[in-house]
Design a protein around this ligand. Structure first.
Ligand SMILES: Cc1cc2nc3c(=O)[nH]c(=O)nc-3n(C[C@H](O)[C@H](O)[C@H](O)COP(=O)(O)OP(=O)(O)OC[C@H]3O[C@@H](n4cnc5c(N)ncnc54)[C@H](O)[C@@H]3O)c2cc1C
Length: 403
């Protein structure tokens, strides 16, 4: 590549980095900009391995960035998909309570959804929920008819094409290895050669903390990786599921629980679970890279988190190893399922920031650094919210850049 010189570089070609790059070019069209992505293609990590749901905004604490940017970004994403010919059908979502205690927790979800401005929330009794999903179990449910699905890999590729159309560059196989601060710029050492820029935004997902440290920034959090394993329903059984069927989430965890998800490819996926893994790219069980293992195990926050959630972590490991336990979770949502109806599926790995006190960072998190801005926590619903996150981050970056 030789030495590239830019006004702004975005590190990370996932949906967040690409949305930031597009927003920077929309706000300042003359910017000489590049996205640096270490893989051979964009969207190889979280963006290309998720459930594909355009979340409505039901779960998130009112007033949080997650709540605001999910609702705003979701609306914008529908328009973007429309313009780019990307499917985004509203298949509807049920959150199903199977016990009276869970039914009581639906009250909180409903209140949150209404406070966040989610349109069309309905509370259904057992008969009502079975009109929506005839095979669903449960005694009560929330229904959001407008919840939709899409292909986030396709969205990311369309964003990358738009960045290029607007004069930016998307450089793949360009992993950032090191960063040097010069008097008037940053000099990146990348796997594709040197790159010089006046300013950088990092959106490195599973490696977000490590990339921020390369800039001399103390991220004050560590990224821990949680694998989400899927199975999918045999086609004849999948035909009996119309949309999305979720359990009532555990309020102490940021994960939504194993659910049934219809995909735009026509499958019905079951999952994802949430299994902590030492490997940042831990898509499969196996030995983690030594650096990943050392960084995680030497982190006090990991042990504190482990003490707090020992029971659920042990259950997740057991369910990961036992197809029968996995099927039992799915059966709570769809009682007619047999173990044999679930076929092996793929996996994604979530990047989740954890504080030294062992707390899972709930909201999206940004931290400025010298000539830089770092996205340190962009878990779900960051794909839904990506276009709104992109604008939010780009505006912040532009205020930090020299005029
Ligand atoms: C199993 C699962 C299910 C999910 N379901 C949903 C859902 O239904 N709806 C939803 O809204 N969200 C969902 N999410 C969350 C969503 O996928 C993520 O929030 C979103 O994709 C984050 O995008 P990102 O760009 O921050 O990260 P990523 O897509 O992980 O991108 C980060 C990029 O940075 C690159 N990178 C890292 N280090 C470097 C470096 N040193 N140099 C150059 N490049 C580097 C990586 O290669 C990667 O491409 C899910 C996530 C998972 C894992």
């Amino acid at each position: 590549m030789g030495e590239g010189r830019f006004d702004a570089v975005v590190v990370g070609g996932g949906i967040v980095g690409l949305a930031v790059a597009r927003a920077l070019l929309l706000e300042r069209p003359s910017l000489r900009l590049a996205v640096l992505e270490r893989e051979a293609e964009v969207a190889r990590h979280q963006t290309g391995h998720n459930s594909g749901v355009i979340h409505s905004g039901l779960y998130y604490r009112p007033g949080s960035l997650k709540a605001r940017l999910c609702v705003e970004g979701g609306r914008e994403l529908h328009r973007f998909c429309e313009e780019h010919g990307i499917p985004h059908p509203a298949v509807g979502k049920l959150v199903v309570a199977t016990t009276p205690a869970e039914a009581a927790r639906l009250d909180d979800l409903e209140a949150r959804g209404r406070a966040n401005g989610v349109a069309g929330i309905r509370r259904l009794d057992a008969a009502g929920l079975r009109e929506v999903e005839p095979e669903a179990g449960g005694i009560e449910a929330l229904h959001v008819a407008a919840t939709a699905i899409t292909d986030y890999g396709a969205v990311a590729r369309a964003l990358a094409a738009e960045v290029v159309d607007r004069g930016g560059r998307v450089l793949t196989r360009a992993g950032v290895i090191g960063v040097r601060a010069l008097a008037d710029a940053l000099l990146f050492d990348t796997t594709a050669g040197e790159v010089r820029t006046a300013f950088a935004v990092t959106c490195a997902g599973l490696w977000a903390d490590r990339v921020a440290r390369a800039f001399g920034v103390d991220p004050q959090v560590r990224i821990l990786a949680f694998r989400g394993e899927y199975r999918h329903l045999a086609p004849a059984v999948a035909a009996r599921v119309r949309g999305l069927v979720y359990p009532v989430p555990d309020p102490l965890l940021p994960f939504l629980g194993v659910h049934l998800t219809r995909t735009v490819a026509g499958h019905v996926e079951v999952g994802p679970n949430a299994v902590w893994t030492l490997a940042r790219a831990g898509y499969r069980r196996g030995l983690p890279p030594a650096r990943d293992a050392w960084e995680a195990l030497a982190y006090a926050g990991l042990w504190r988190l482990g003490r707090r959630h020992l029971g659920s972590a042990a259950f997740e490991f057991a369910r990961s190893l036992s197809p029968r336990l996995f099927a039992a979770s799915a059966r709570r949502l769809m009682p007619s399922l047999s173990d044999a109806d679930l076929l092996p599926g793929g996996a994604g790995v979530r990047a989740q920031a954890v504080t030294p006190a062992g707390e899972l960072v709930d909201d999206f998190l940004l931290r400025p650094g010298p000539r830089s801005l770092h996205v340190l926590n962009a878990p779900s619903p960051a794909a839904t919210a990506s276009l709104a996150i992109g604008r939010h981050v780009a505006r912040r970056a532009l205020t930090l850049m020299a005029p």
